[in-house]
Design a protein around this ligand. Structure first.
Ligand code: DOR
Ligand code: ZN
Length: 441
Protein backbone atom coordinates (compact mmCIF):
# COMPACT_ATOMS: atom_id res chain seq x y z
CA UNK A 1 0.00 0.00 0.00
CA UNK A 2 1.50 3.40 -1.02
CA UNK A 3 2.47 5.73 1.84
CA UNK A 4 -0.31 7.99 3.06
CA UNK A 5 -3.05 5.84 1.57
CA UNK A 6 -6.00 5.20 3.87
CA UNK A 7 -6.30 1.81 5.49
CA UNK A 8 -8.81 -0.66 4.10
CA UNK A 9 -11.80 -1.14 6.36
CA UNK A 10 -13.17 -4.32 7.89
CA UNK A 11 -16.92 -4.31 7.34
CA UNK A 12 -19.59 -6.96 7.44
CA UNK A 13 -22.68 -6.21 5.37
CA UNK A 14 -25.26 -8.41 7.00
CA UNK A 15 -28.43 -9.57 5.27
CA UNK A 16 -27.92 -7.38 2.21
CA UNK A 17 -29.34 -7.87 -1.30
CA UNK A 18 -26.33 -8.89 -3.41
CA UNK A 19 -26.74 -8.01 -7.08
CA UNK A 20 -23.86 -9.52 -9.06
CA UNK A 21 -24.31 -9.72 -12.84
CA UNK A 22 -21.06 -11.68 -13.30
CA UNK A 23 -22.65 -14.67 -11.56
CA UNK A 24 -26.31 -13.80 -12.17
CA UNK A 25 -26.87 -13.62 -8.44
CA UNK A 26 -29.65 -11.43 -7.05
CA UNK A 27 -30.50 -12.38 -3.50
CA UNK A 28 -29.74 -11.84 0.17
CA UNK A 29 -26.34 -12.61 1.63
CA UNK A 30 -23.66 -11.66 4.15
CA UNK A 31 -20.60 -10.00 2.64
CA UNK A 32 -17.43 -9.57 4.68
CA UNK A 33 -14.81 -7.10 3.44
CA UNK A 34 -11.33 -7.37 4.95
CA UNK A 35 -7.80 -6.40 3.88
CA UNK A 36 -9.04 -4.81 0.68
CA UNK A 37 -10.83 -7.86 -0.62
CA UNK A 38 -14.14 -9.62 -0.33
CA UNK A 39 -13.24 -12.11 2.41
CA UNK A 40 -16.44 -14.12 2.24
CA UNK A 41 -19.93 -14.18 0.76
CA UNK A 42 -22.33 -16.34 2.70
CA UNK A 43 -25.96 -17.07 3.31
CA UNK A 44 -27.80 -14.14 4.90
CA UNK A 45 -27.64 -14.04 8.68
CA UNK A 46 -24.96 -16.69 9.09
CA UNK A 47 -21.80 -14.58 9.40
CA UNK A 48 -20.67 -13.58 12.88
CA UNK A 49 -19.49 -10.03 13.52
CA UNK A 50 -15.78 -9.54 12.81
CA UNK A 51 -13.62 -9.04 15.91
CA UNK A 52 -12.38 -5.71 14.59
CA UNK A 53 -14.34 -3.50 12.25
CA UNK A 54 -18.04 -2.84 11.95
CA UNK A 55 -21.34 -4.38 10.96
CA UNK A 56 -23.68 -2.63 8.54
CA UNK A 57 -27.19 -4.06 8.47
CA UNK A 58 -28.35 -4.61 4.90
CA UNK A 59 -32.02 -3.98 5.55
CA UNK A 60 -33.48 -3.03 2.15
CA UNK A 61 -30.05 -2.09 0.79
CA UNK A 62 -28.32 -3.38 -2.33
CA UNK A 63 -24.65 -4.35 -2.58
CA UNK A 64 -23.20 -4.50 -6.09
CA UNK A 65 -19.83 -4.28 -7.83
CA UNK A 66 -18.65 -0.65 -7.93
CA UNK A 67 -19.83 1.31 -10.97
CA UNK A 68 -17.52 1.94 -13.93
CA UNK A 69 -17.89 4.99 -16.19
CA UNK A 70 -16.54 4.79 -19.73
CA UNK A 71 -17.00 8.49 -20.41
CA UNK A 72 -16.24 11.38 -18.05
CA UNK A 73 -14.69 14.76 -18.75
CA UNK A 74 -12.52 15.58 -15.73
CA UNK A 75 -11.06 18.73 -17.40
CA UNK A 76 -7.57 18.42 -15.89
CA UNK A 77 -5.15 19.58 -17.18
CA UNK A 78 -6.44 22.90 -18.46
CA UNK A 79 -9.84 23.72 -16.99
CA UNK A 80 -9.35 23.09 -13.29
CA UNK A 81 -11.99 25.75 -12.62
CA UNK A 82 -14.62 23.34 -14.02
CA UNK A 83 -13.32 20.06 -12.56
CA UNK A 84 -10.14 18.34 -11.46
CA UNK A 85 -9.17 14.70 -11.19
CA UNK A 86 -9.71 15.04 -7.45
CA UNK A 87 -13.12 16.77 -7.55
CA UNK A 88 -14.35 14.61 -10.44
CA UNK A 89 -13.27 11.42 -8.71
CA UNK A 90 -15.04 12.57 -5.53
CA UNK A 91 -18.23 13.17 -7.52
CA UNK A 92 -17.74 9.72 -9.06
CA UNK A 93 -17.27 7.99 -5.70
CA UNK A 94 -20.41 9.73 -4.39
CA UNK A 95 -22.22 8.35 -7.42
CA UNK A 96 -21.06 4.82 -6.59
CA UNK A 97 -18.19 4.64 -9.07
CA UNK A 98 -14.91 2.86 -8.40
CA UNK A 99 -13.41 3.48 -11.85
CA UNK A 100 -13.87 6.14 -14.52
CA UNK A 101 -12.37 6.73 -17.95
CA UNK A 102 -11.22 10.35 -18.26
CA UNK A 103 -11.73 11.78 -21.73
CA UNK A 104 -8.85 13.19 -23.76
CA UNK A 105 -10.23 16.63 -24.68
CA UNK A 106 -8.21 18.41 -22.02
CA UNK A 107 -5.85 21.34 -22.56
CA UNK A 108 -3.26 20.21 -23.55
CA UNK A 109 -4.97 17.28 -25.24
CA UNK A 110 -4.11 13.80 -23.92
CA UNK A 111 -2.52 12.80 -27.22
CA UNK A 112 0.92 11.81 -25.91
CA UNK A 113 2.62 9.91 -23.11
CA UNK A 114 3.46 13.01 -21.03
CA UNK A 115 -0.16 14.14 -20.58
CA UNK A 116 -1.30 10.57 -19.93
CA UNK A 117 1.39 10.23 -17.24
CA UNK A 118 0.33 13.55 -15.73
CA UNK A 119 -3.29 12.39 -15.39
CA UNK A 120 -2.15 9.04 -14.00
CA UNK A 121 -0.01 10.82 -11.41
CA UNK A 122 -2.90 13.10 -10.40
CA UNK A 123 -5.10 10.05 -10.00
CA UNK A 124 -2.51 8.23 -7.92
CA UNK A 125 -2.19 11.21 -5.62
CA UNK A 126 -5.72 12.39 -5.10
CA UNK A 127 -8.39 10.31 -6.73
CA UNK A 128 -11.23 8.70 -4.77
CA UNK A 129 -11.70 6.15 -7.53
CA UNK A 130 -9.51 4.69 -10.23
CA UNK A 131 -9.09 7.16 -13.09
CA UNK A 132 -8.11 5.68 -16.44
CA UNK A 133 -7.03 8.28 -18.96
CA UNK A 134 -8.38 7.93 -22.48
CA UNK A 135 -5.88 8.81 -25.20
CA UNK A 136 -6.77 10.97 -28.19
CA UNK A 137 -7.07 9.27 -31.59
CA UNK A 138 -5.56 12.22 -33.45
CA UNK A 139 -3.01 14.87 -32.55
CA UNK A 140 -4.69 17.87 -30.95
CA UNK A 141 -8.09 16.29 -31.76
CA UNK A 142 -7.57 17.79 -35.18
CA UNK A 143 -8.60 14.68 -37.07
CA UNK A 144 -5.58 14.67 -39.35
CA UNK A 145 -2.62 12.73 -37.95
CA UNK A 146 -2.76 9.85 -35.54
CA UNK A 147 -1.71 10.54 -31.95
CA UNK A 148 1.02 8.45 -30.26
CA UNK A 149 -1.32 5.48 -29.87
CA UNK A 150 1.41 2.87 -29.41
CA UNK A 151 3.28 4.91 -26.81
CA UNK A 152 0.10 5.57 -24.83
CA UNK A 153 -0.99 1.93 -25.13
CA UNK A 154 2.33 0.86 -23.63
CA UNK A 155 1.46 2.97 -20.55
CA UNK A 156 -1.72 0.95 -20.15
CA UNK A 157 -4.19 3.17 -22.03
CA UNK A 158 -6.97 0.91 -23.30
CA UNK A 159 -9.32 3.38 -24.97
CA UNK A 160 -8.74 6.10 -27.55
CA UNK A 161 -11.21 8.81 -28.46
CA UNK A 162 -11.44 12.27 -30.02
CA UNK A 163 -14.69 12.70 -28.09
CA UNK A 164 -16.21 16.12 -28.44
CA UNK A 165 -15.61 15.60 -32.14
CA UNK A 166 -16.03 12.73 -34.57
CA UNK A 167 -13.09 11.63 -36.72
CA UNK A 168 -14.26 13.13 -40.02
CA UNK A 169 -11.75 11.41 -42.29
CA UNK A 170 -12.48 7.77 -43.16
CA UNK A 171 -8.80 7.35 -43.96
CA UNK A 172 -7.75 8.41 -40.48
CA UNK A 173 -10.39 6.34 -38.68
CA UNK A 174 -9.45 3.30 -40.77
CA UNK A 175 -5.82 3.71 -39.79
CA UNK A 176 -6.81 4.18 -36.14
CA UNK A 177 -8.78 0.92 -36.19
CA UNK A 178 -5.78 -0.87 -37.71
CA UNK A 179 -3.61 0.43 -34.88
CA UNK A 180 -6.31 -0.51 -32.39
CA UNK A 181 -6.21 -4.05 -33.67
CA UNK A 182 -2.41 -4.22 -33.49
CA UNK A 183 -2.28 -2.87 -29.91
CA UNK A 184 -5.48 -4.57 -28.74
CA UNK A 185 -7.14 -1.30 -27.69
CA UNK A 186 -10.57 0.22 -28.34
CA UNK A 187 -11.47 3.16 -30.57
CA UNK A 188 -14.34 5.09 -28.93
CA UNK A 189 -16.04 7.23 -31.53
CA UNK A 190 -18.18 10.33 -31.03
CA UNK A 191 -20.29 9.87 -34.17
CA UNK A 192 -21.01 13.25 -35.73
CA UNK A 193 -20.69 14.12 -39.40
CA UNK A 194 -19.86 17.80 -39.12
CA UNK A 195 -21.11 18.60 -42.62
CA UNK A 196 -24.60 18.10 -41.16
CA UNK A 197 -24.19 19.82 -37.78
CA UNK A 198 -22.64 23.21 -38.44
CA UNK A 199 -24.16 25.65 -35.96
CA UNK A 200 -26.55 22.97 -34.70
CA UNK A 201 -28.17 23.57 -31.31
CA UNK A 202 -30.62 20.74 -30.75
CA UNK A 203 -32.27 17.70 -32.36
CA UNK A 204 -33.66 18.53 -35.80
CA UNK A 205 -37.41 18.07 -35.74
CA UNK A 206 -40.69 19.73 -34.83
CA UNK A 207 -39.29 21.36 -31.69
CA UNK A 208 -36.21 22.84 -33.37
CA UNK A 209 -38.52 24.37 -35.97
CA UNK A 210 -40.88 25.90 -33.39
CA UNK A 211 -38.09 27.09 -31.08
CA UNK A 212 -36.12 28.54 -33.98
CA UNK A 213 -32.93 26.67 -33.11
CA UNK A 214 -30.65 25.10 -35.74
CA UNK A 215 -31.17 21.32 -35.97
CA UNK A 216 -28.69 18.43 -35.46
CA UNK A 217 -30.24 15.64 -37.55
CA UNK A 218 -30.04 11.99 -36.52
CA UNK A 219 -28.37 11.16 -39.84
CA UNK A 220 -25.23 12.97 -38.72
CA UNK A 221 -24.78 10.26 -36.10
CA UNK A 222 -26.13 7.34 -38.14
CA UNK A 223 -23.95 8.02 -41.21
CA UNK A 224 -20.71 8.11 -39.28
CA UNK A 225 -21.70 5.07 -37.27
CA UNK A 226 -22.52 3.14 -40.47
CA UNK A 227 -19.15 4.14 -41.92
CA UNK A 228 -17.34 3.11 -38.77
CA UNK A 229 -19.06 -0.29 -38.72
CA UNK A 230 -17.85 -0.83 -42.30
CA UNK A 231 -14.30 0.06 -41.27
CA UNK A 232 -14.45 -2.11 -38.14
CA UNK A 233 -15.55 -5.02 -40.35
CA UNK A 234 -12.65 -4.51 -42.79
CA UNK A 235 -9.93 -3.83 -40.23
CA UNK A 236 -11.01 -6.13 -37.40
CA UNK A 237 -10.35 -3.25 -34.98
CA UNK A 238 -12.53 -2.82 -31.90
CA UNK A 239 -15.06 -0.01 -32.12
CA UNK A 240 -16.96 1.49 -29.21
CA UNK A 241 -19.71 3.97 -30.00
CA UNK A 242 -20.11 6.83 -27.54
CA UNK A 243 -23.46 8.21 -26.36
CA UNK A 244 -25.97 6.74 -28.85
CA UNK A 245 -28.87 9.14 -29.29
CA UNK A 246 -30.92 8.00 -32.30
CA UNK A 247 -33.15 4.99 -32.96
CA UNK A 248 -31.36 4.35 -36.28
CA UNK A 249 -28.05 4.08 -34.42
CA UNK A 250 -29.46 1.37 -32.16
CA UNK A 251 -30.44 -0.60 -35.29
CA UNK A 252 -26.97 -0.21 -36.79
CA UNK A 253 -25.31 -1.49 -33.62
CA UNK A 254 -27.81 -4.35 -33.39
CA UNK A 255 -26.99 -5.48 -36.93
CA UNK A 256 -23.24 -5.15 -36.39
CA UNK A 257 -23.51 -7.38 -33.33
CA UNK A 258 -25.66 -9.93 -35.14
CA UNK A 259 -22.86 -10.14 -37.67
CA UNK A 260 -20.39 -10.83 -34.87
CA UNK A 261 -18.37 -7.61 -35.25
CA UNK A 262 -16.33 -6.28 -32.34
CA UNK A 263 -18.61 -3.32 -31.70
CA UNK A 264 -19.86 -2.04 -28.34
CA UNK A 265 -22.00 0.98 -27.46
CA UNK A 266 -23.03 3.22 -24.60
CA UNK A 267 -25.98 5.47 -23.79
CA UNK A 268 -26.15 8.31 -21.26
CA UNK A 269 -28.65 8.68 -18.40
CA UNK A 270 -29.79 11.99 -19.94
CA UNK A 271 -30.62 10.47 -23.33
CA UNK A 272 -32.55 7.75 -21.48
CA UNK A 273 -34.50 10.40 -19.54
CA UNK A 274 -35.12 13.55 -21.57
CA UNK A 275 -36.39 14.44 -25.03
CA UNK A 276 -36.18 17.48 -27.31
CA UNK A 277 -39.47 18.60 -25.77
CA UNK A 278 -37.50 19.48 -22.60
CA UNK A 279 -35.66 22.22 -24.52
CA UNK A 280 -38.81 24.33 -24.78
CA UNK A 281 -37.60 26.22 -21.71
CA UNK A 282 -34.39 27.20 -23.56
CA UNK A 283 -32.59 25.93 -20.46
CA UNK A 284 -28.95 25.51 -21.46
CA UNK A 285 -28.50 22.67 -18.97
CA UNK A 286 -30.39 20.57 -21.54
CA UNK A 287 -27.98 21.51 -24.31
CA UNK A 288 -25.82 18.45 -24.89
CA UNK A 289 -23.97 16.89 -27.77
CA UNK A 290 -25.43 14.71 -29.26
CA UNK A 291 -28.78 16.33 -28.45
CA UNK A 292 -31.73 14.84 -26.59
CA UNK A 293 -33.96 13.48 -29.34
CA UNK A 294 -37.59 12.44 -29.83
CA UNK A 295 -39.65 10.22 -27.54
CA UNK A 296 -39.36 7.45 -30.18
CA UNK A 297 -35.58 7.71 -30.09
CA UNK A 298 -35.61 7.56 -26.29
CA UNK A 299 -37.84 4.49 -26.48
CA UNK A 300 -35.40 2.77 -28.87
CA UNK A 301 -32.48 3.58 -26.56
CA UNK A 302 -34.31 2.13 -23.56
CA UNK A 303 -35.19 -1.03 -25.52
CA UNK A 304 -31.63 -1.32 -26.86
CA UNK A 305 -30.22 -1.09 -23.35
CA UNK A 306 -32.68 -3.69 -22.05
CA UNK A 307 -31.91 -6.23 -24.80
CA UNK A 308 -28.14 -5.76 -24.57
CA UNK A 309 -27.66 -4.07 -27.97
CA UNK A 310 -26.35 -1.13 -25.98
CA UNK A 311 -23.75 -2.55 -23.62
CA UNK A 312 -23.27 0.22 -21.10
CA UNK A 313 -24.62 3.35 -19.47
CA UNK A 314 -21.93 6.05 -19.51
CA UNK A 315 -22.35 9.51 -18.04
CA UNK A 316 -20.63 11.88 -20.51
CA UNK A 317 -20.10 13.93 -17.32
CA UNK A 318 -19.33 17.32 -18.90
CA UNK A 319 -18.80 20.10 -16.35
CA UNK A 320 -18.96 23.71 -17.54
CA UNK A 321 -18.53 27.06 -15.80
CA UNK A 322 -21.61 29.11 -14.82
CA UNK A 323 -20.53 32.06 -16.94
CA UNK A 324 -20.40 29.78 -19.98
CA UNK A 325 -23.69 27.99 -19.38
CA UNK A 326 -25.45 31.27 -18.52
CA UNK A 327 -24.84 32.69 -21.99
CA UNK A 328 -27.58 32.65 -24.61
CA UNK A 329 -28.41 29.22 -25.98
CA UNK A 330 -26.33 29.47 -29.17
CA UNK A 331 -23.16 30.39 -27.28
CA UNK A 332 -23.50 27.96 -24.39
CA UNK A 333 -21.20 24.92 -24.58
CA UNK A 334 -22.92 21.52 -24.70
CA UNK A 335 -22.79 19.20 -21.71
CA UNK A 336 -24.37 18.11 -18.46
CA UNK A 337 -22.67 16.73 -15.39
CA UNK A 338 -23.82 13.22 -14.50
CA UNK A 339 -21.61 11.26 -12.13
CA UNK A 340 -23.65 11.99 -8.99
CA UNK A 341 -27.05 11.27 -10.54
CA UNK A 342 -26.44 8.42 -13.02
CA UNK A 343 -27.40 5.49 -10.83
CA UNK A 344 -30.48 7.24 -9.44
CA UNK A 345 -31.54 8.29 -12.94
CA UNK A 346 -31.36 4.70 -14.18
CA UNK A 347 -33.17 3.40 -11.11
CA UNK A 348 -35.87 6.07 -11.37
CA UNK A 349 -36.46 6.06 -15.12
CA UNK A 350 -35.89 2.40 -15.93
CA UNK A 351 -35.77 0.02 -12.98
CA UNK A 352 -38.59 1.48 -10.89
CA UNK A 353 -41.13 1.48 -13.79
CA UNK A 354 -40.12 -2.10 -14.67
CA UNK A 355 -38.34 -1.31 -17.95
CA UNK A 356 -35.07 -2.84 -16.81
CA UNK A 357 -34.17 -5.41 -14.17
CA UNK A 358 -31.85 -4.31 -11.40
CA UNK A 359 -29.41 -7.02 -12.46
CA UNK A 360 -29.25 -5.67 -16.03
CA UNK A 361 -28.93 -2.08 -14.74
CA UNK A 362 -25.89 -3.04 -12.63
CA UNK A 363 -24.48 -5.01 -15.53
CA UNK A 364 -24.76 -1.96 -17.80
CA UNK A 365 -23.19 0.35 -15.21
CA UNK A 366 -20.45 -1.94 -13.91
CA UNK A 367 -19.79 -5.37 -15.41
CA UNK A 368 -20.14 -4.43 -19.08
CA UNK A 369 -18.09 -1.21 -18.98
CA UNK A 370 -15.39 -2.99 -16.93
CA UNK A 371 -15.27 -5.51 -19.76
CA UNK A 372 -14.94 -2.83 -22.45
CA UNK A 373 -12.00 -1.24 -20.58
CA UNK A 374 -10.49 -4.60 -19.63
CA UNK A 375 -10.62 -3.79 -15.89
CA UNK A 376 -10.45 -7.19 -14.25
CA UNK A 377 -10.68 -5.85 -10.68
CA UNK A 378 -14.04 -4.20 -11.37
CA UNK A 379 -17.50 -5.30 -12.38
CA UNK A 380 -17.58 -8.36 -10.11
CA UNK A 381 -17.92 -11.20 -9.48
CA UNK A 382 -18.59 -10.45 -5.80
CA UNK A 383 -16.72 -13.48 -4.52
CA UNK A 384 -14.16 -14.37 -1.88
CA UNK A 385 -10.69 -13.18 -2.80
CA UNK A 386 -11.86 -10.51 -5.27
CA UNK A 387 -10.82 -6.86 -4.81
CA UNK A 388 -13.48 -5.07 -2.75
CA UNK A 389 -14.60 -2.51 -5.32
CA UNK A 390 -18.22 -2.21 -4.29
CA UNK A 391 -21.22 0.08 -4.02
CA UNK A 392 -24.03 -0.07 -1.46
CA UNK A 393 -27.20 1.86 -2.21
CA UNK A 394 -30.73 2.31 -0.96
CA UNK A 395 -32.99 1.76 -3.98
CA UNK A 396 -36.00 3.32 -2.22
CA UNK A 397 -34.45 6.54 -0.88
CA UNK A 398 -35.99 9.66 -2.38
CA UNK A 399 -34.09 12.86 -2.98
CA UNK A 400 -33.96 15.87 -5.26
CA UNK A 401 -30.94 16.47 -7.48
CA UNK A 402 -28.89 19.65 -6.98
CA UNK A 403 -28.63 22.55 -7.14
CA UNK A 404 -25.21 21.98 -5.50
CA UNK A 405 -22.96 19.04 -6.28
CA UNK A 406 -19.55 17.74 -5.20
CA UNK A 407 -18.46 18.39 -8.77
CA UNK A 408 -16.89 21.83 -9.20
CA UNK A 409 -19.68 22.59 -11.71
CA UNK A 410 -23.43 22.49 -11.28
CA UNK A 411 -24.71 22.23 -14.85
CA UNK A 412 -26.91 19.18 -14.30
CA UNK A 413 -29.91 18.54 -16.54
CA UNK A 414 -31.35 16.65 -13.56
CA UNK A 415 -31.37 19.71 -11.27
CA UNK A 416 -34.63 19.86 -9.33
CA UNK A 417 -35.72 16.41 -10.44
CA UNK A 418 -37.11 13.94 -7.91
CA UNK A 419 -35.00 10.79 -7.94
CA UNK A 420 -35.19 7.44 -6.24
CA UNK A 421 -32.11 5.52 -5.18
CA UNK A 422 -29.19 6.88 -3.20
CA UNK A 423 -25.61 5.72 -2.85
CA UNK A 424 -24.71 5.18 0.80
CA UNK A 425 -21.28 3.57 0.69
CA UNK A 426 -18.60 3.12 -1.93
CA UNK A 427 -15.60 0.89 -1.34
CA UNK A 428 -12.40 1.20 -3.37
CA UNK A 429 -10.09 -1.75 -2.77
CA UNK A 430 -11.78 -2.14 0.60
CA UNK A 431 -11.46 1.52 1.59
CA UNK A 432 -14.71 3.37 2.27
CA UNK A 433 -14.40 6.36 -0.08
CA UNK A 434 -18.04 7.18 0.67
CA UNK A 435 -19.72 6.43 3.97
CA UNK A 436 -23.36 7.24 4.73
CA UNK A 437 -23.58 9.31 1.57
CA UNK A 438 -20.55 11.50 2.35
CA UNK A 439 -17.05 11.37 0.90
CA UNK A 440 -14.47 10.30 3.47
CA UNK A 441 -11.68 12.47 2.05
O1 DOR B 1 -22.18 17.34 -24.43
C1 DOR B 1 -21.00 17.11 -24.63
N1 DOR B 1 -20.02 17.69 -23.90
N2 DOR B 1 -20.67 16.27 -25.61
C2 DOR B 1 -19.40 16.07 -25.98
O2 DOR B 1 -19.18 15.30 -26.89
C3 DOR B 1 -18.31 16.81 -25.34
C4 DOR B 1 -18.67 17.24 -23.99
C5 DOR B 1 -17.72 18.24 -23.40
O3 DOR B 1 -16.50 18.02 -23.45
O4 DOR B 1 -18.18 19.24 -22.85
ZN1 ZN C 1 -19.07 12.99 -27.24
Amino acid sequence: MPKGMPEPSTVLFRGIRVVDPATGRDGPGDVLVEDGVVASVGEAGTASAPRRGEVIEGDGLVLAPGLVDLHAHLREPGREDKETVESGSRAAALGGYTAVAAMANTDPVADNAAVIQEVMALAEKAALCEVHPVGAITRGLEGETLAEIGEMASLGVRMFSDDGKGVQSARVLRLALEYAKAFDVVIAEHCEDESLTEGAQMHEGYHSATLGLRGWPSEAEELMLARDVFLARRTGGRLHVCHLSAAGSVDLVRRAKEEGLRVSAEVTPHHLTFTDDDLSSYDTYFKVNPPMRSADDREALRAGLADGTIDAVATDHAPHADEEKEQEFDLSPPGTIGLETALAAVLTELVEPGRLSLLRAVEAMSTAPAGVLGLRDHGGPVEAGRPANLVVFDPAAEWTAGPRFASKSKNSAFTGRALRGRVLHTLLAGELTVRDGAATR
